[in-house]
Design a protein. Sequence first.
Length: 391
Amino acid sequence: MRNRFDYYNKLNDRVRQPIFTICMLGRKIYVVTKAELISRADRKHKSISYAPIVSEFCSITCGTSNEATKILNHNLLGEHGNWGLCEEMVSGIRAALKPGKDLDNISLAMAQEVSCLLDAIKPDPGQGYSTIQLSAWVKQIVTVATTNSVYGPHNPYKSQEIKDAFWEFEGGLMLMLAAPFPSYTARKHILARDKVTKALEKYFAERHFDHGSKVAKARFDTSVRNKVALPDIGRFEIGGTVAILTNTYPAVYWTLLLVYVAPGLLADLRAEIDAALIIDPLKNNITIDITVMKSRCPLLLSTLKESLRYRGMGVAVREVVEDTELGGYLLKKGAMLQVPIQVVHSDQACWGEDAKSFNPRRFLKDDTVNGCCRLHSTATRPHKSHRPILS
């Protein structure tokens, strides 16, 4: 825990193998560092599964009861078909987030909230510039806009107390998962978690999800169908909040910061976005069509992907649920498989000699230096995360 994410960088510098084994807390862990093996592991998702990690995460960090954990573990791996809490939750949320009206409503709600929050810091005419603390401001925007789009007008996270409690809880996730006796060592984080889960329980008890997104309704309906008690619905739901916020906030923060730091990038992005605007001089309207941004703003998209690659942290974790061959290596049942994102993102074999530098044009289609484009889709792990935690 002392070295955190640098531990894997130092270990990889010493070992220099596509896969190697370590033992931690009495458990065997396979560490995969090469994109080719990661791609093969992705295809073996039944035998190298994220599902057991979901169960452990919900029990230890979300505080789900023994009964709720048993319900979650029913057909956890989906080996008996597409039923059970985990399988049905994933299917229900995929349906709610497929392209169409429901997804458009979520995007619109988020865009409107961001617009309001941006207006709030706009200085009055003649007042010059206003100053913000970027990290705190981005955290506020991401938290409010994202949760409002999911939970609607009765969003529990509108309360500053609940927002603060969530981030207090989030700051203790590693401590709760890895430290001994978390009820003592992570007591303040557990108390913060309980405050949030009670607010979420109240939200569902009063059926405020009827005025929220289809995502919130799908999560509730799936839980009720699988006979999850209301307090545990609130506890599972905080796992959903972890999924939608804890990666989004640092991604937005680092993207904004890097856009302003990289020479000339801000001006180039503004020019690209200006060209994609729809201007109606008769109505004095300027419209941003989000649906065409991906195709008409390639530099913006490349910048976002590169920010995720350059500043991506964390470790993707799975469990080997049956003896499995992976690229000539035998992985034994019961071991864990880990993909240290920072190691993969700094691999010069994938990204070229500038792998440790920020290059906002790295993901443009005409970037074929060192054949990097061939491996981008596999080697960029933020876009290849495993099943989100019940979301």
